[in-house]
Design a protein around this ligand. Sequence first.
Ligand code: NAD
Length: 358
Amino acid sequence: MNQKSKILITGGAGFIGSHVVRLFVTKYPEYTIVNLDKLTYAGNLENLKDIEDKPNYKFVKGDITDAAFINELFSAEQFDGVIHLAAESHVDRSISNPLEFVQTNVIGTVNLLNAAKQTWGCNKDKPLPTDKRFYHVSTDEVYGSLGDEGLFTEETAYDPHSPYSASKAASDHFVRAYFDTYNLPCVISNCSNNYGPNHFPEKLIPLCINNIKNNKPLPIYGKGENVRDWLFVVDHARAIDVVFHNAANGTTYNIGGHNEWTNIDVIRLLCRIMDKKLGREEGENEKLITFVKDRAGHDLRYAIDSAKLQNELGWKPSLQFEEGLELTVDWYLSNEDWLNSVTSGDYKKYYEGLYQDR
Ligand SMILES: NC(=O)c1ccc[n+]([C@@H]2O[C@H](COP(=O)([O-])OP(=O)(O)OC[C@H]3O[C@@H](n4cnc5c(N)ncnc54)[C@H](O)[C@@H]3O)[C@@H](O)[C@H]2O)c1
């Protein structure tokens, strides 16, 4: 990227996107950062209150599934780079409405690829542009499920099991196809489960923080034996910065914390942290744990090998899980207004009419 680059970040009002927007707006004042978001239930501009007045930041409300709008936006703004995070991201929602995941995650991604290809004049007969970049942010869920042993590497064959992971896998394939077919300068990263501030409270950790606070049951799928590899969201944003600026075109990097936990152990740790924070007796919060019927197609274990990223580009996670979880609990306990507005949907009403809808 050159000094004056204009970068489009899609899904910047969501959980991970808001941390990526904040990092880029503050670390690179010379860039112009355009945040494109439809503001679905998962998008919330409150996440970006602290940087919304920065001169190098602009918000555009819009839908990546609207090809005509995306083409117009690219033609007007002439972006140099794209960091694409906008997606439908909740596995349970993908089970009840798979088509919405195809629309947003597959068609939406192809619309962005087409617009970038057109704007940058990409074509197999021409050299690949070296000052442009399309970065697709993906998930380790495309690799499927592991047994007790082994790790996902960048060479692991795709084997998605849920409509969510299938839609993300399809979008990854399209990105690689645009690199191979049209010389579009692309990179992809596949990251493990994120946690941290601004996580929508339908996901395991924020849901349980909210329920513990309100003395409500903590619903755990099956016996809580599913293993996930947790990474603090700011460490993911740091990795995206490193990959965006340093990876070679056509490459893929896995991002993860080498931090495997069964769901039940995560929740027990959370209960212990919150016993102390809320001044409750040791073991009191654990009594809220309730096992519920397992999710269909629930992958048993995800664990990511991020050695390539660490060895080639020098990134590593900055926080231990216990530290990051404590920071996360502190953030939720001191941001009750955010949590209450998100759970009540009030923020949607607040923003209605403020921005031109598309
Ligand atoms: N959360 C994780 O643990 C995790 C891990 C690895 C990869 N990822 C990937 O990172 C990305 C971001 O995940 P997240 O957890 O922040 O998701 P999120 O659901 O919190 O945010 C998604 C954002 O995309 C926006 N969006 C949805 N549909 C849109 C559309 N049609 N047009 C424009 N904007 C739209 C939403 O309004 C929201 O702001 C996704 O691509 C996801 O697959 C997530």
